[in-house]
Design a protein around this ligand. Structure first.
Ligand code: GLY
Ligand code: MN
Ligand code: MN
Length: 452
């Protein structure tokens, strides 16, 4: 696979497939993300909407893409921020309509302020309007105004669209199956995330604040041009039993485990890795016993991520192994099938074993089709992330297990045949974890993993 991934060429391929799929009786109208205020006149760092990015690669806010298959003047129209020397002096160059045409392949591009005037003509004589709805109220209201304007115009000659279809329904099926270039982008996000986790394993030490370890992860993400794909979870001891613990204010203590769930977003694509390590560098007997159950479940579940199996198969496999393990550990009592039927495992394993991953860390695409779990196919990418969590105060469980939380998570590509694990260069066999942690204590930290 070549190393030059051109987001614009990727978007063009996505767009051509989408235009072909929706057909000439449809028109799609897709907005860019909005700037989100953080406080007063400061915005959060801008992140492009994933659907918009997938189809256009255009990186600015205040833009709308119109895709009108078969249109004589060209199918791809972009409305974008106009050039503005005063604003650009403060905030940097804008691409502008000319750049949208020459650099982003738009057949036509116009300043966004012309959209009210130009959109009705683009919608006219199309049966179906495809757009996002229900994500942002301002957009929904704007869309209704355009449809109304289209109807008024339709009293003349042109017909306005008769049906509105959700973009999700159309585009997200396409996004679910990644092409080769997307898989390469995901391999890169995985590589940076691997480097970050390896660094965390090597620099962790008792007494460190959780946020300081999170900073070590962030350092690697950013040094490779990325950012965190989601708020990093760095959870010492019993904090690991809080599934989305993001506070990062506690101290990592000798004798505790640290659960690290963190992944980079590189060129828009996410990775999502969890490892659970002993802060001191060596697992206790109880920690190791729980860890071994989770690792066995994870490895068996990864092997179920195969073309032709249903999306739930790897969850079923992990759940059964976790229940067997919980019976052995004495956390649950009873026969495995009965416990499974009652859902007894949910007390200690309250989440599913995985999710789609792609441009979004919890990526788009439905998990079931026609009431049945979806069948896995090559190019789909899932996480596999079983865990066991015994919160403090868990009744009927011996206190020595209290406060132990373990999750192990990798990103796995469905292929013909054996699955491909994108993130397996972070050690997870307990001896390998201890070895990497021990080696660095002896020899000093050395970064490795990114883009290997
Ligand atoms: N990091 C969120 C998740 O594992 O799903
Ligand atoms: Mn995760
Ligand atoms: Mn995940």
């Amino acid at each position: 696979m070549s190393t030059d991934l051109d987001p614009r060429r990727m978007a063009q391929a996505h767009r051509e497939r989408f235009i072909e799929a929706i057909g000439e009786d449809a028109v799609a109208v897709i907005p860019a993300a909005l700037e989100q205020p953080r406080n007063r006149d400061v915005d959060h760092p801008f992140r492009q909407d994933s659907d918009f990015r997938y189809l256009t690669a255009f990186p600015e806010p205040d833009a709308v893409a119109v895709l009108a298959p078969g249109r004589r003047e060209g199918a791809f129209v972009l409305f974008v921020r106009d050039r503005d020397p005063d604003a650009e002096r403060w905030l940097g160059a804008r691409i502008g309509p000319d750049g949208a045409r020459t650099a982003y392949g738009a057949d036509e591009a116009w300043p966004l302020q012309e959209i009210d005037e130009r959109l009705p003509a683009l919608l006219a004589d199309r049966q179906r309007l495809i757009c996002p709805l229900g994500r942002d109220e301002r957009w929904d209201r704007q869309l209704l105004r355009w449809l109304q304007a289209g109807r008024e115009r339709a009293r003349g000659r042109a017909r306005a669209p008769a049906t509105v279809e959700l973009l999700d329904h159309n585009l997200h099926e396409q996004r679910l199956v990644k092409d080769d270039e997307e898989l390469e982008a995901m391999r890169r996000a995985a590589g940076v995330s691997v480097a970050a986790h390896r660094r965390a394993m090597q620099v962790i030490e008792p007494g460190m604040p959780e946020y300081a370890l999170a900073a070590e992860l962030q350092h690697v993400f950013q040094r490779h041009g990325g950012e965190a794909a989601y708020p990093s979870i760095v959870a010492g001891g019993a904090n690991a039993c809080v599934l989305h613990y993001t506070t990062q204010r506690d101290t990592l203590r000798d004798g505790d485990l640290a659960l690290i769930d963190a992944g980079a977003e590189i060129d828009g694509y996410a990775a999502d890795i969890t490892r659970t390590l002993p802060v001191s560098g060596a697992f206790s007997a109880e920690q190791r016993a729980v860890y071994d159950v989770v690792l066995t479940a994870q490895q068996a579940a990864i092997d179920e991520v195969r073309s032709g199996r249903d999306f739930d198969a790897f969850h079923r496999r992990a759940t059964r192994i976790l229940i067997e393990g919980m019976v052995e550990l004495g956390w649950l009592a009873g026969d495995v099938d009965g416990l499974l039927e009652q859902g007894a495992h949910r007390r200690f394993f309250p989440h599913r074993t995985g999710h789609w991953i792609g441009l979004d860390v919890h990526d788009v695409g439905s998990y079931a089709v026609g009431g049945e779990w979806r069948t896995l196919a090559p190019g789909m990418v899932v996480t596999v992330e079983p865990g066991l969590y015994c919160p403090p105060g868990s009744e009927e469980v011996a206190p020595r297990w209290h406060g132990i939380g373990v999750r192990i998570e990798d990103d796995v590509v469905v292929r013909d045949g054996a699955p491909r694990v994108l993130t397996d260069a972070v050690p997870k066999e307990p001896e390998a974890v201890e070895d990497l942690m021990g080696a660095v204590r002896a020899a000093g930290y050395e970064e490795s993993g990114a883009f290997e």
